[in-house]
Design a protein around this ligand. Structure first.
Ligand code: NAD
Ligand code: GLY
Length: 359
């Protein structure tokens, strides 16, 4: 059975299809929705060798003309140089305004393909076929696209919504344990920021989810996408509400930067960051110790790290004051109010606060 979530953005609204073994119907779905007949599937060798044949077969069977463009696997290739290679191939293969792109891979592939689609010939349609849990519940939804710059992650990009998101939970079987857990951190995040009942559901089904039970995964992904869609519908360009999706991210980015990129995965850093946020919230008396413990226990159950690596408060503070979320020189942190609600808070005494958290 295929489940559907809609991201309602007026004439840029789009469906997210979620199900088990639905890669084979991708071509049919695109055909029914008048997606361009000539497409390029953008992937990498890791994902491509596992799933590109199925995707190409499905698209070809539905009458689409398909090329595949492989880019190297890894965050270090989410760059302008790789983007240029994609443009080069599209131009060489004479892709015109009536063509489209299919992003087949994790968040790196989704972000770079989305940005290529946003900018090639001033914009062509694209579809997200996310293959990591993190990309299925987060990066493929909401239209943030882009590449990294030597000075920082995601500094070059655009808001550009896909035409469809096509999520097959079967592909998660081949994902490494660390990448799977990394995605679960973002799922837990949705419960903490927006939906206490969902958090309780995650506590109840934590064993089944850890064992990647397909039906539970479909439900968890659907509920996560529903929450993200609702936030994006209310604040597409992150003027206010959308910032809550960054719970744990300001702390988390500092963890990633201080540890050296690639050592700690994004979701792992978010897990540590969410615990730091919950402890800060407890310090400010907006979250009980009981709720801090529940968050900690759930993350630990999913084999996620919860303790910050050992750096000084001054080192954390220096990185956090350079975060994208800093406004007018003031650090703003998303903090959870208990479980099921979160808000952006201004912090003036960051180093003092961190001193308390780290000791
Ligand atoms: P990733 O894309 O690097 O994928 C992780 C690894 O898993 C890669 O080696 C990949 O090739 C491999 N892989 C992917 N699917 C697989 C599968 N089914 N089986 C086996 N291996 C598979 O990392 P990610 O965690 O998916 O995404 C991280 C990226 O997403 C970062 O660049 C981050 O900035 C971005 N991101 C974007 C948003 C957004 O809103 N656009 C949100 C969160 C994260
Ligand atoms: N991943 C945060 C956002 O989409 O806004």
């Amino acid at each position: 059975m295929i489940k559907k979530v809609v991201v309602g953005l007026g004439n840029r609204s789009y469906p997210i299809w979620i199900g088990q073994d639905i890669l084979p119907v991708l071509g049919q779905v695109l055909k029914e929705h008048d997606f361009p007949k000539q497409v390029a599937v953008i992937s990498n060798p890791t994902v491509g060798q596992l799933y590109a044949p199925q995707v190409v077969e499905s698209l070809t069977k539905s009458g689409l003309k398909v090329s595949v463009i492989n880019i190297p696997d890894g965050e270090q290739y989410k760059t302008i140089e790789t983007l240029t290679q994609i443009y080069d191939v599209l131009i060489e293969r004479r892709f015109d305004r009536y063509t489209g792109l299919v992003a087949l891979g994790g968040g790196v592939i989704g972000d770079i393909t989305g940005f290529a689609a946003a900018t090639y010939l001033r914009g062509i349609p694209f579809v997200q076929v996310p293959t990591t849990l993190l990309s299925q519940v987060d990066s493929s939804v909401g239209g943030k696209t882009g590449v990294n710059h030597a000075q920082g992650k995601n500094l070059i990009g655009a808001f550009y919504q896909p035409s469809h998101v096509h999520i097959d939970v079967n592909v998660l079987k081949s994902l490494s344990d660390r990448d799977f857990s990394s995605g679960v951190a973002e799922v837990v995040k949705y419960g903490i920021i927006r939906d206490k009942t969902f958090f309780e559901w995650l506590e109840l089904h934590r064993d089944g989810l850890l064992h990647r039970d397909a039906e539970l995964l479909v439900d968890a992904i659907m509920m996560s996408c529903q929450i993200k869609a609702n936030v994006v519908e209310n604040d597409e360009r992150e003027q206010n509400l959308r910032a809550i999706l960054n719970l744990g991210h300001t702390f988390g980015h500092a963890v990633e930067t201080l540890s050296g990129y690639g050592v700690i995965k994004h979701g792992e850093a978010v897990s540590i960051g969410m615990v730091m946020a919950a402890r800060t919230a407890h310090h400010l008396q907006i979250c009980s110790q009981h709720d801090v413990n529940r968050i900690l226990r759930l993350l630990e159950h999913f084999n996620l790290p919860v303790n910050p690596p050992e750096f000084s408060a001054a080192e954390y503070s220096a990185v956090m004051t350079h975060d994208k979320k800093v406004k007018d020189g003031q650090v703003r942190l998303v903090l959870n109010h208990g479980i099921g609600n979160a808000k952006l808070h201004h912090v003036d005494n960051l180093e003092e606060l961190l001193d308390g958290l780290l000791n």
